[in-house]
Write a protein that binds this ligand. Structure first.
Ligand code: ATP
Ligand code: MG
Length: 363
């Protein structure tokens, strides 16, 4: 069996996943009750508008369709590629606040943190026995994360990150994971682990595997670039954070990189920075980017930035207002997280029990 990444294989698997995602969307619309979604974020910083349009909006949509949804604040994963946890408590609550402000219904959605769910983490042990060191080193995301961290030696947690992510998905038997295409190899690893577990321990009842094989729901949305023209990323300091004020937003957009051509056109390939700003405005205004570009025309970078600033500030004003209300009630946020963690623990303990039965370790 070869797991060597290869461009042709990747293209083929991307085409398959895209097709399958379309089928799943149709199935979900008909009967949301068959699905459980697992998504989440690392609390490495504050959520930004890239998260909002790239994943939050879709989470709100899926949960709104009535799909059982689990949202993981992956606090242990913060220390895969850095020495300390940073101001983690503040960041965890900031994520939680943005989820609720964005419209995730905490009555229906389970929001939880890694560190509070012991049984999830215990699952790592049997799952780790199902993968090889070579397999993990070949994982494209592990490789990419490693390149990002420069010459830092790889920690055991970083190397086993795909297994931890498999545990995140499998502990709650999520069968649907919204991902970007870069995350497909991770999901494939989780599927392989689910299958191997059942090959090794589930033979008594092949029709009732302990773990369902999770499927990817590929997100259609593109990548939002940051103010420096590279991917907007919460640890890069190039973001418009959801928690920022209108003034902070205006100042940041004023400094955003554009190009020397004064005439504004929408041309993502040749003018990525300008087109990214137009795209952000288009998302906020729910308008066609080409139309926006034509309208600005000779208004230049200044005209573009003015329009983007107004669009972002108008669009996020209600989000920011809800955010402020939530921040004023830290007790409520604390209770929400405690309830989410209690629910996640219940689910994790039930799954761990099944795993121990399958492994004949239920003494
Ligand atoms: P970090 O700096 O810790 O890597 P990040 O800001 O890059 O943080 P991730 O946690 O890596 O965010 O991303 C989580 C998910 O959020 C992604 O899989 C993607 O769906 C969405 N997302 C993040 N950044 C963007 C972006 N710039 N444009 C669109 N979607 C994004
Ligand atoms: Mg990232």
């Amino acid at each position: 069996m070869s797991l060597e990444p290869n461009t042709h294989d990747f293209e083929a698997s991307l085409a398959r996943s895209t097709q399958r995602s379309r089928e799943i969307e149709a199935q979900v619309a008909k009967d949301p009750s068959k699905w459980r979604v697992l998504t989440g974020d690392r609390p490495t910083g504050h959520l930004h508008i890239g998260h909002y349009f790239g994943s939050l909006q879709n989470r709100v949509r899926l949960a709104g369709l009535g799909i059982d949804t689990m949202v993981l604040i992956a606090d242990y994963q913060v220390i895969t590629d850095r020495d300390g946890v940073g101001p983690i408590k503040e960041r965890v609550y900031s994520l939680l606040t943005d989820y609720i402000a964005a419209g995730i219904d905490p009555e229906k959605v389970t929001i939880f943190t890694h560190s509070a769910v012991a049984a999830l983490n215990q699952l790592m042990l049997p799952l780790l026995s199902l993968v090889t060191d070579a397999e993990l080193r070949r994982n494209p995301t592990v490789k990419a994360e490693l390149d990002d961290t420069g010459d830092r030696p790889m920690s055991g947690l970083m190397l086993t990150y795909p297994v931890h992510q498999a545990a995140d998905i499998l502990f709650c038997k999520a069968n649907l994971v919204p991902v970007g295409k870069d995350q497909l190899p991770h999901l494939e690893q989780a599927r392989v682990i689910a299958r191997r577990f059942d090959e090794r321990y589930g033979r008594f009842d092949p029709d009732a595997p302990v773990f369902p094989e999770p499927e990817a729901l590929l997100s259609a949305s593109g990548t939002i670039l940051g103010l420096d023209g590279t991917k907007m990323s919460k640890s890069k300091g190039n973001t418009i954070e959801l928690r920022m004020t209108a003034d902070e937003t205006a100042k940041l957009i004023k400094r955003a990189v554009t190009d020397s051509d004064r005439h504004i056109t929408f041309d993502p390939e040749n003018r990525p920075e300008v087109s990214n700003l137009i795209n952000i405005a288009a998302l906020c205004l729910d308008r066609d980017p080409v139309e926006i570009a034509t309208e600005i025309g000779d208004g230049g970078g200044g005209g573009l930035k003015k329009l983007v600033t107004a669009a972002v500030n108008d669009y996020f004003a209600p989000h920011r207002a809800r955010r402020a209300e939530l921040e004023a009630d830290p007790g409520y946020l604390h209770d929400l997280l405690a309830a989410g963690n209690a629910k996640a623990n219940e689910i994790a303990e039930a799954t761990l029990h099944e795993v121990r039965v399958a492994m004949q370790m239920d003494y």
